[in-house]
Every structure is written in structure tokens, then in C-alpha cells.
Design a protein around this ligand. Structure first.
Ligand SMILES: NC(=O)c1ccc[n+]([C@@H]2O[C@H](COP(=O)([O-])OP(=O)(O)OC[C@H]3O[C@@H](n4cnc5c(N)ncnc54)[C@H](O)[C@@H]3O)[C@@H](O)[C@H]2O)c1
Length: 695
């Protein structure tokens, strides 16, 4: 496969990058472009070359399929190609549409001219993977768009529409209509003998450089805690100002290689690949058919139902939302409107968009109005008998082939499926609260769920801009089953001597978006209490979370009751440590005869995170999760796990599984409570003994 094609239009050679889907700069493409360049240079009848992308854009940069393979570094590398283009005796014109990102933009920056269509997205997004543009981007872009604009683009990684850069030296022409025709006409006017200036030769004059870079460091440093790349981006751009070009290039390369080796970038690249891997379901091919989703319905307009309805409206899919009582329906619709109006106040939506989205949501009390939906998502109370009642009704009214989904967090999907006459159409779509915000969507595959149903909800997750992760059926699925272990450790540490604020701050300092107790107060302590009470009946031998139960017995359900593990001033979300809670904990320690000890932050973090890892290993071995990176994605997208640590399983790999198992043995020996808890999962023990890792 050549990945690019060569043709001639008069005296202009046209090299078309053709490596679907985004013209990633893989080895075959680089080789073919180099060959095209040589062919054009050898042809006396060619006076200029146009580089253009086939399909949706110019190029989105490196070919991610090549990551971690020898091909990534094989000659010709992008660096060699860029040098060859700069050295070309005939002018090379990059003709840009769609996207020019990362290495794709760096390739274009080395050309002698760039012409562009309106609406093309221009970006150097490497920082999002914990890197910086390593092939001249930090040295060339400031010479064309100015130091400040270039720095903003490189530090944020954000895309800028081409027309916004139209007045800069980045583009020689903003074209309309047929890009190829326009670019060939532009190229046809150039002659090899005409004087040409390479971007590298453009001087940078920036008298305020010292002050500006210091200001940038002051702003970016604190905002990028845990991430080294943004500050390094600033140093690389500064080198463009302070150093001769070649020296700047070398400096950029050095920083790039340092970042490539950083654990943060490795974690971010893992997260990036994890999201792509998650949509590949073993046993299902790209050809597995999907069912069209033109209309949706949601049953229940509570916290989750109203958020889920918003997800559909945001994606432009009409959705009907059903309740049993008018009052509940009105309340749900009012919540949705309030949310949209809040976004409009923050200027994230226009008033017209608010109305457009509200217009896509139809409230109803009648099942007849949902019968024609292509998918219906049940989000009523977490009570099996209520859910079975709803599914009975859905089974009666829904058109054949409709997907019947449940948002249950803990109940047995297979039981729900079996209660219908169409278990093959039943699937779990487990959204996270707030559903319109959180990116994670667990797709729960029942024992009878048909392949095309699973493929359809996976495709739907993308339309709803969610990270879809397949989970098998078990109590709590992937995320909440692991969370249960994490919270159990957090609460156990209170018995041993820690306080909620200490546990929270240790984990937040480590990088979790929110410590476990603040998170519980936000989600509502009654939710876990309700589930615990069921567990106490089902598994009477289970160790009870007495402190957590007592907090609930006092009616301290969290933010919604202005008191939980902390207290809250009305209308505010700041968690204030509460002596009542400290007394309650102290009294319980006395009751069970525990002398409190001081726990280090390190112990707190290790016990909570390794509790996740051990349960994750069980989930993996049982086949509940398809791969370790899916578990990581669940935690990154749904639980505020720090991206720079790559997810719990990836983090365990970086610590080394042998070390993880040793820590677990230490916890089992020293900590009171449940020694079984720290028995390493068989998979974990095996991998650790063999010196292997999860990912
Ligand atoms: N709240 C969360 O954080 C969260 C997260 C993920 C999943 N879930 C799951 O989502 C589901 C809904 O949870 P929630 O927090 O939105 O609950 P909620 O109590 O806020 O809302 C439930 C809604 O369902 C309505 N309802 C009850 N019976 C009904 C029926 N027979 N027909 C139609 N509507 C009915 C109620 O009037 C209420 O408005 C549960 O299964 C829960 O486990 C909740």
C-alpha cells in the first residue's frame, strides 16, 4: 500500500496523502511522499509541487496504529521528510483542508507555502498526550503566527479555525471552492528560480520576551500541577526566540525525548489508546450491523433520567421522557431547563440552542408515546419490583427491534432481561451522575444480549460523546464494584485513627479529583446505605461499615441535607470538618477497643488504590472487563482518577506488581479487620510472580 499518490497537472506535481481515516503520517505514507518528492525533483517538466490530503483533511499527525512499533522510528522519519522538503529546489505548497494537526501541521510548516480552505482546524495538540511538538512545531509556528499566539496554541493544544489565522504569515492564501484547483493555480505561478524564504529563516523580534515568558510560567505552572509538558512547551517556544534555529530545534528535540520518557506522558498515551481500544469488542467485527437510533425514550425523570434525556437532546436525537406522576414530570423538565439556562448564562449555549434542545425533549405520562422509540432507557428507582413492572409494560408496547436498556447500578440485568419476551434486546446503559456531564458509560452485556444490540449502544456512546466501556453482569459492574473496596478501606482507616478530611486530602494531593468522603457527600450517603442494607441481608458474614451506617442513621445524607461526613453551609458546597463526626468516630473506636494510631498519607493512598487494583484484577480474570485498559478508562472517565497516573491498573504496572503484592501482604499482617480483603487476586499473584504487568 503506498498511502499517497502522485500525479501531474501541467507543470505542477500533486502528491496526495491517502492514509485513511486521517492521513496519519505512518511509515508507508512518509516513504511514498519522499518518493513523490524525488520523482518531482528529477522531472525537468515539474516546476512546483502540491501536497494535499485525500478524504476529510490534510493530516491529523502521527499514525497512532504505529505507536510503540519499530515503524514509528523507521526512515524516512518525519524529521527526514521535513528536511528534504525544506531542501527541495522546487517550491512545495501544502494545500490544507479539514485538519492539519500535530505532525501534519509540522509537515506543512516546512513547506514553502501553505494555502488553506476556510474552516480547517489547525492545532499542535501534543500537550494533551503529555508531549510537545517534536518536529519543529515549537520553532516554526512562532515565526509565522507570532510568539503569543503560538504559545497559546502549543500550551493548550487547542484547535484554531484557519480563518482566524488568515492574516498571519502562516497562510499565503485563503482559498474558496476547489482546493486542489486553487493550489495548483497558486503553484503554477511560482518558478523554481523565484526567491523563497524558508520559515526557519524568518527572524523573531519580540522585545518583551523576558516578561512574557515569566508571566506565562507563572500562569501555567500552578494550573498544570502533575503535568510537566505545559511548562516544557513554554521553554521550547522561548528557545525559538532566544536561540539560533538549529539550536532551538535540538533543544526542542531534547525536551520532547525527555517528555516521551516521563511517566505522565506514558499515562496520557495509555489513556488515549485505552479509549480507542474500548470500542473494539472481541467477537464483534466492524461489520456487525447496528440498529438505527433516530428516536429515544427515557423512563423516569429523576436525577439520572433527566440527565440522560439531555444527553440525547445534546446529540440532536429527539427523546420522550415518561413519568408516573405529572408533578415528577414537571420537576424533571424544570431541572433540565434550569441546567440549560445555566449553560446559557455561562455562554456555553445561545438562547436559541436552549430552546432547540428543550424542543427535542417531549414529556409524557403515557406509554403509547414511547412505543416507537428505537431505544428506551429505564431510569426509575433502584428497586427490582419497580423495574420489572416497567419492563413488563415496555415489553408490551415497544415496537419490535427496539432496544430496551436499563440504567441500574446494582441489579441483575439478566433477571430483568428474562422477565421480557425479548431478552436479546435488553442491555445495560449505566450512566454516571450527572449524566449530562460525566463521560463514562458502562455498557452492560447480559447473557442473552444480541451482538448488534451491543454494537449499537457502543456506537450510540460515541454519538452521545461518552466513553463506552463494556462490562459483564455483576454487582456494581466494573466501576462501583471496585469503588466498594476503595470505600471500605477509606472507612476502615477511620476506625484505625484517620479522619475523613485526612483521607480526602491525602488522595486529593495524590491526584484524585475528589476524596472518598467528599465524593460520598456529593453522591448522597443514603444511596450506599440502601445498598449496604441489602448486602447485610444477602451476606450476613460481611464486615459492617458501622460508622457509615451511624452517619446515615443521623440523617446525614451529605450535601443535600447540609450534613454528612462534613457539614455544609446552606447553598454552599465547601466541606467543613465537623466535630460531631469526629466524636462519632472516636466513640466507635472506644466501643471496639481500638487505640487510634497515626496513618501516613502514603498508607492511605496505597490502601485505597491497591484495593481498587485487587478488585480490578478479579474483574479482569472473571471476564467482567474485557481488558485492563478498559478498567483504567472506567476510572479515568467516571471517577476522577488522575489522568497523569493512567488509571489504577496502569498505575499498579508502573509501581510494579511485585511491589503491589508485597504491600498487600504488609496490610494484611498489620491492619485489623478483614485479612481476606488483602489476599491478592489469583491473576495479580500470578503476574507478580512472573514479573509481568496488566497492560
Ligand atoms: N443517582 C446516581 O448517582 C445514579 C448513578 C447511576 C445510576 N443510577 C441508577 O439510575 C436509576 C435512577 O436513579 P436516580 O438517582 O435518577 O433516582 P431518582 O429517585 O432521582 O429518580 C427516579 C425517578 O423514577 C420515577 N419513577 C419511579 N417509578 C416509576 C415508574 N414506574 N415509571 C416511571 N417513572 C418512575 C420517579 O418518579 C423518579 O422521578 C436507578 O436505577 C439508580 O440506581 C443512579
Amino acid at each position: 500500500m503506498s498511502a499517497s499518490s502522485y500525479s501531474k497537472q501541467g507543470a505542477v506535481a500533486v502528491i496526495t496523502l491517502d492514509n485513511p481515516p486521517v492521513n496519519g503520517l505512518g511509515f508507508e505514507l512518509r516513504s511514498a511522499v519522499m518518493a513523490g518528492l524525488d520523482q518531482a525533483l528529477a522531472d525537468a517538466a515539474v516546476s512546483a509541487l502540491v501536497l494535499i490530503g485525500a478524504g476529510k483533511g490534510f493530516s491529523a499527525g502521527a499514525d497512532i496504529r504505529e505507536f510503540n512499533t519499530p515503524k514509528a522510528g523507521a526512515e524516512p522519519t518525519l524529521r527526514s521528510l521535513i528536511r528534504a522538503i525544506e531542501e527541495s529546489s522546487k517550491p512545495v505548497i501544502a494545500a490544507i483542508h479539514g485538519v492539519a494537526m500535530g505532525g501534519g501541521l509540522e509537515l506543512a510548516l516546512a513547506c514553502h507555502h501553505r494555502v488553506v480552505l476556510r474552516g480547517a482546524q489547525i492545532a499542535l495538540p501534543e500537550v494533551k498526550l503529555g508531549l510537545l511538538p517534536g518536529t519543529g512545531g515549537t520553532q516554526r509556528l512562532p515565526r509565522l503566527v507570532g510568539v503569543e499566539s503560538a504559545l497559546n496554541m502549543i500550551v493548550s493544544g487547542a484547535s484554531v479555525p484557519s480563518e482566524q489565522l488568515g492574516r498571519t504569515a502562516l497562510f499565503s492564501a485563503l482559498l474558496e471552492g476547489d482546493l486542489l484547483q486553487g493550489a495548483v493555480a497558486f503553484a503554477g505561478k511560482l518558478r523554481p528560480e523565484m526567491p523563497r524564504r524558508l520559515v526557519r529563516d524568518i527572524p523573531i523580534e519580540y522585545p518583551n520576551a523576558d516578561g512574557f515568558f515569566q508571566f506565562a510560567r507563572n500562569v501555567v505552572g500552578p494550573a498544570s500541577k502533575g503535568y510537566p509538558a505545559p511548562l516544557k512547551c513554554i521553554e521550547a517556544v522561548a528557545a525559538a526566540v532566544y536561540k539560533p534555529f538549529e539550536e532551538g530545534l535540538r533543544f526542542e528535540r531534547e525536551l520532547f525525548l525527555q517528555l516521551m520518557q516521563s511517566s505522565e506522558s506514558k499515562a496520557l498515551r495509555h489513556a488515549f489508546l485505552a479509549e480507542r481500544a474500548a470500542s473494539k469488542i472481541p467477537g464483534l467485527s466492524e461489520n456487525t450491523p447496528t440498529r438505527p437510533i433516530h428516536r429515544a425514550a427515557v423512563i423516569g425523570a429523576g436525577t439520572m433520567g433527566s440527565g440522560i434525556a439531555m444527553c440525547f437532546a445534546n446529540a440532536g436525537i429527539p427523546v420522550t421522557i415518561l413519568e408516573v406522576k405529572q408533578e415528577a414530570l414537571d420537576k424533571g423538565i424544570a431541572t433540565i431547563r434550569r441546567n440549560y439556562e445555566g449553560s446559557a448564562k455561562k455562554r456555553k449555549l445561545s438562547a436559541a440552542q436552549v430552546e432547540e434542545r428543550m424542543g427535542l425533549i417531549r414529556p409524557t405520562l403515557s406509554y403509547a408515546d414511547v412505543a416507537q422509540a428505537d431505544i428506551v432507557i429505564e431510569a426509575v428507582f433502584e428497586d427490582m419490583s419497580v423495574k420489572l413492572g416497567v419492563f413488563k409494560k415496555l415489553d408490551e408496547v415497544m415496537k419490535p427491534g427496539a432496544i430496551l436498556a436499563t440504567n441500574t447500578s446494582t441489579l441483575d440485568l439478566n433477571q430483568i432481561a428474562r422477565s421480557t419476551r425479548r431478552p436479546q434486546d435488553v442491555v445495560g446503559t449505566h450512566f454516571f451522575s450527572p449524566a449530562n456531564v460525566m463521560k463514562l458509560l458502562e455498557l452492560v452485556r447480559g447473557s442473552a444480549t444480541q451482538d448488534d444490540v451491543l454494537a449499537t449502544v457502543m456506537e450510540l456512546s460515541k454519538k452521545l460523546k461518552k466513553a463506552g466501556v463494556v462490562s459483564g453482569v455483576c454487582d456494581g459492574f466494573i466501576g462501583n464494584r471496585m469503588l466498594d473496596r476503595y470505600l471500605r478501606q477509606a472507612i476502615l482507616m477511620l476506625e484505625e485513627g484517620a479522619l475523613p478530611q485526612q483521607v480526602d486530602s491525602a488522595l486529593e494531593e495524590w491526584g484524585m479529583a475528589m476524596g472518598p468522603f467528599r465524593m460520598l457527600d456529593l453522591a448522597g450517603n443514603d444511596v450506599g446505605w440502601y445498598i449496604r442494607k441489602r448486602h447485610y441481608v444477602e451476606k450476613p458474614e460481611m464486615k459492617r461499615s458501622v460508622i457509615a451506617d451511624r452517619i446515615c442513621e443521623l440523617g446525614r445524607f451529605g450535601q443535600k441535607t447540609s450534613a454528612g461526613w462534613y457539614r455544609y453551609q446552606s447553598g454552599k458546597r465547601d466541606a467543613i470538618p465537623d466535630p460531631v463526626v469526629e466524636e462519632l468516630i472516636a466513640a466507635y473506636r472506644k466501643e471496639i477497643g481500638v487505640a487510634p494510631r497515626r496513618l501516613s498519607d502514603e498508607e492511605i493512598v496505597e490502601r485505597c488504590i491497591f484495593a481498587l487494583v485487587n478488585e480490578g484484577a478479579k474483574i479482569l480474570e472473571e471476564g467482567i472487563a474485557l481488558r485492563a485498559s478498559d478498567i483504567d478508562l472506567v476510572y479515568l472517565a467516571g471517577y476522577g482518577f488522575p489522568a497523569f497516573r493512567g488509571g489504577p491498573m496502569f498505575y499498579a504496572d508502573t509501581v510494579g506488581l511485585y511491589g503491589v503484592v508485597r504491600s498487600m501482604k504488609r496490610f494484611a499482617a498489620n491492619s485489623r479487620g478483614d485479612p481476606e480483603f488483602w489476599k491478592p487476586a489469583p491473576l495479580l499473584a500470578r503476574l507478580a510472580a512472573d514479573g509481568k504487568s496488566f497492560n
